[in-house]
Design a protein around this ligand. Structure first.
Ligand code: FE2
Length: 195
């Protein structure tokens, strides 16, 4: 059984951060980054139930703050899997736990079509940041052809309940969606007998 205590500690520290800085995007992003770097520095804490791939990429809710000030999600990519071009509407940090992924950023041309921007390769231990002010539209893919990749995402709201957009990669036409989550049960953070 995995030792979930690093995730519990992360949630405790994120809650303290949100108590102080919720509503201040810059402070939340700056405060989340070192916490997430610590969390993804060691593998072995993610419950197996939240690391299972499927016929499309999966997003497992690990924790949602009761006031929905932040949520923590494991994204699991099978070989070759990719997201549509999408936005988030809130700040988010992406921390690579296992394998690698590519993030292709997009902006808009004057005619409303999408313009490809930088492509970043995230290896285990790396972090990427999205937000409406820092650049919010991207497409993410598993960079490994032969194995599952997993990233841990932290967002400034209950991301699975947000009305946001996927975009046609050619016309830029948006289509609204609410992602939900792949799991119906969240991990138990609080069994302190497990060491
Ligand atoms: Fe994303």
């Amino acid at each position: 059984m995995s030792d979930i205590s690093p995730l519990r500690q992360f949630i405790i520290e994120m809650t303290i951060l949100a108590n102080e800085y919720y509503g201040n995007e810059q402070a939340m992003v700056n405060g989340t980054k070192p916490l997430l770097l610590d969390l993804i520095a060691e593998d072995g804490w993610l419950p197996d139930s939240c690391a299972v791939d499927g016929d499309t990429y999966r997003q497992y809710l690990l924790h949602c703050d009761p006031s929905q000030r932040f949520s923590v999600v494991s994204f699991v990519w099978g070989p070759g899997q990719t997201t549509p071009v999408h936005d988030h509407t809130v700040w988010g940090l992406i921390g690579m736990l296992r394998g690698a992924e590519t993030g292709q950023r997009f902006g808009f041309a004057e005619d409303g079509s999408l313009v490809p921007g930088e492509t970043d390769l995230l290896a285990a231990g790396d972090i990427d940041i999205v937000s409406p002010t820092l650049g919010d539209i991207h497409k993410v893919s598993n960079a490994c052809d032969d194995k599952t990749s997993i990233s841990i995402h932290v967002y400034g709201t209950n991301i699975g309940a947000v009305n946001r957009n996927v975009y046609d990669p050619f016309s830029g036409a948006p289509k609204s969606f609410i992602s939900g989550y792949s799991n119906t049960e969240v991990p138990n953070l609080w069994d302190m007998s497990v060491r």
